[in-house]
Ligand binder design. Structure first.
Ligand code: TYD
Length: 205
């Protein structure tokens, strides 16, 4: 039986991870792999409804409620999309996953990191990414790229984004085998080359 893979793409808003996800998708499909693209929050089905609330609800949302909504979306996503595809031997490329909750709700909103990690474990029920890319970007650049038209999460401010950036780098220090940090200030092609290099190195293990 072929072995599937679960690869996640992480980083602050505007870091360019979605572009890199698509480039890796093209690279892998050309090589003959079966690849699926998905995202959190808001994969197909119920996830789209949860995403709508998380990004566009205009009333007050408590930080704990926000966390549980991301986690509910994750549980549904793992059960309905990630697991069936990985078990079928496909490569699943996912735009954001557990590290986003640690970086944004843990470091960003300053909820207890250990508890967020524990809740993540419940949401994923044993499925963990095989490889994760963190696209590290300067906070100023990130905010500039997001621009004026901000969604609910993007409106959190500069201090929040400083903490998110720091959170991602802390996570990468804790799990260097899984999490590869990529300098997102380079050109699209240079970043793509870094992604491929890390992917090929990972395949050799
Ligand atoms: P999205 O439009 O998908 O942003 P991006 O294109 O940058 O990925 O919006 C997702 C937003 O939700 C983004 O601001 C990060 C945030 N988020 C969390 O705060 N916690 C989470 O667990 C996840 C998955 C996302």
């Amino acid at each position: 039986m072929k072995k599937g893979l679960f690869i996640t793409f992480e980083g602050a808003d505007g870091c360019g991870k979605t572009t890199q996800l698509r480039l890796l998708y093209e690279y892998l499909t050309k090589k003959g792999y079966e690849v699926v693209i998905t995202r959190e929050p808001g994969a197909a089905g119920l996830g789209e409804k949860i995403r709508e609330i998380l990004l566009n609800y205009s009333g007050e949302v408590s930080d704990r409620c926000e966390s549980f909504l991301f986690l509910a979306d994750r549980a549904q996503h793992i059960d309905m999309i990630v697991n069936p595809n990985v078990e079928a031997g496909k490569i699943v490329l996912c735009d954001r996953h557990t590290d986003s909750t640690v970086a944004y709700q843990g470091y960003g909103r300053q909820l207890p990191i250990d508890r967020i990690k524990m809740l993540n474990e419940i949401a994923v029920a044993g499925r963990h990414p095989d490889l994760t890319f963190v696209f590290d970007i300067d906070v100023e650049v990130s905010m500039e790229r997001v621009g004026q038209n901000k969604d609910r999460m993007e409106s959190a401010g500069r201090e929040f984004y400083n903490r998110v950036k720091h959170g991602y780098l802390e996570l990468a220090l804790q799990e260097p085998q899984r999490i590869k940090v990529i300098d997102a200030s380079k050109s699209i092609n240079e970043i793509h080359a870094d992604v491929i290099r890390f992917f090929e190195d990972f395949q050799k293990i």
